[in-house]
Write a protein that binds this ligand. Structure first.
Ligand code: ADP
Ligand code: MG
Length: 387
């Protein structure tokens, strides 16, 4: 990957070429990888997430006409709009993430800007490039307006932009971890109470992304199906215990008692979520203690459940997990993001990352004929001015 210095030179030169002046500031927001907690967010549960040093930069210069002019280094097209009247752009679709944020920011004090986006987060692969763009946009408006905002509020604006303006149904997890990141730490998020706890990761462990480069298909409709199935499970369980509002409220023991009454497919989905939620809480202790036996087991159970119970795996993910599990230096391996392709994540002994990466790439390529991308990431700070 490019050094920060080189990237800074690139975005400044590109900005100058487009707008004729250098940017006055650069804000950034990280992508994120979940280390545990697939699909637990909309079940009001827990997620172990890590904001990463793959991030989205937004170079800006304020304008005095309350207009926003936008370009992206990563995608074609340019888009401009007035803060007085924020409409959906059917042509340059990526601009809607920025427009949506502008729409839901407290509007009176907003300053318009010339902006250039530059991201190292892969799109549509489970590392939350959309949330990084939204949080960078919030950070830009805050910086230009000399405002400050609680990270939870920032995340809520991003989620509204995505749900209500762009029109993609998502939980708040992605935005929340991008807004809240802390250097060197994973975050255990409570998606009901919107609280978080920093969890240190032992220095001997590297977090390695293994991108299957298998393009996700049907992920939207499968995602909606899973959400509906989880809700159906809640509906059945509530008849026994009306205090249950989400799968987060169901204990493993309660589930064992009542699961026989559920249609088998609903029972499988619910079991995965209830167990996955428990794994998030167990992971916090295992990470802090560097308990490698437990780390291996928790990650393995998570992948096996995602494959057999929640059914969000595809053959490319099975090929990747086999390579990750048998690679030198491998401590733990699982899926990340919504599933159906995209990225996976491993914990790897720090000194053996190069060996691990070469082995995984070669083994995965031999089975699938797809070229993967394997790289270590580190835990990075949340959205704000580039330091
Ligand atoms: P992800 O899992 O990466 O969040 P999404 O489908 O939610 O996948 O969001 C990806 C979309 O976000 C892109 O197709 C694009 O519209 C927008 N986006 C993300 N990063 C950028 C960027 N750097 N420049 C322009 N658009 C971006
Ligand atoms: Mg997204």
């Amino acid at each position: 990957m490019m050094t920060q210095q080189a990237r800074l030179a690139r975005i400044s030169a590109e900005f100058q070429a487009i707008y004729g002046t250098p940017p006055s500031a650069i804000v950034r927001a990280p992508g994120r990888v979940d280390l545990m907690g697939s699909h637990t967010d909309y079940n009001m549960g827990f997620v172990m997430t890590m904001p990463i040093d793959r991030d989205t930069w937004l170079a800006v210069r304020p304008r005095d006409d309350r207009e926003v002019h936008l370009r992206s280094h990563n995608l074609a097209g340019h888009s401009q709009f007035s803060l007085h009247e924020i409409k959906h752009d059917p042509q340059v679709e990526w601009s809607n993430y920025v427009r949506g944020v502008a729409r839901f920011m407290p509007n009176e004090s907003l300053v318009g800007f010339d902006g250039l986006i530059d991201s190292t987060v892969p799109f549509g692969s489970g590392l939350s490039s959309s949330a990084a763009l939204e949080m960078a946009t919030v950070a830009a408006f805050l910086h230009l307006g000399d405002l400050s905002m609680d990270p939870v509020q920032m995340a809520i604006i991003g989620q509204r932009a995505e749900n209500e303006f762009v029109g993609v149904k998502t939980g708040i997890l992605d935005q929340y971890s991008s807004a809240l990141g802390q250097t060197g730490c994973a975050l255990q998020l409570d998606c009901r109470h919107l609280t978080s706890e920093p969890i240190p990761i032992d220095r001997s462990l590297a977090v390695v992304i293994c991108n299957t480069n298998f393009k996700r298909q049907l992920v939207g409709s499968e995602y909606d199906d899973r959400r509906a199935q989880c809700l159906e499970g809640v509906y059945i369980l509530r008849q026994h215990d009306p205090t249950i509002e989400a799968l987060r409220d169901v204990t493993v023991a309660q589930f064992a008692e009542f699961s026989a009454e559920m249609p088998p497919i609903i029972a499988k989905r619910c079991r995965f979520i209830i167990e996955e939620n428990q794994r998030v809480q167990q992971l916090a202790d295992a990470l802090a203690a560097n308990d490698q036996h437990t780390l291996w087991q928790l990650f393995a159970d998570s992948y096996n459940g995602a494959r057999d119970l929640f059914e969000i795996s595809v053959p490319a993910m099975d090929a990747m997990i086999a390579a990750m599990r048998s690679a030198p230096g491998s401590v733990a391996a699982r899926q990340t993001g919504a599933g159906f392709g995209g990225c996976m994540v491993a914990l790897v002994e720090q000194e053996r990352v190069a060996e691990f990466s070469a082995y995984v790439a070669q083994t995965y390529r031999a089975t699938t004929q797809i070229e993967p991308e394997i790289y270590a990431v580190s835990a990075s700070a949340g959205a704000g001015l580039l330091q």
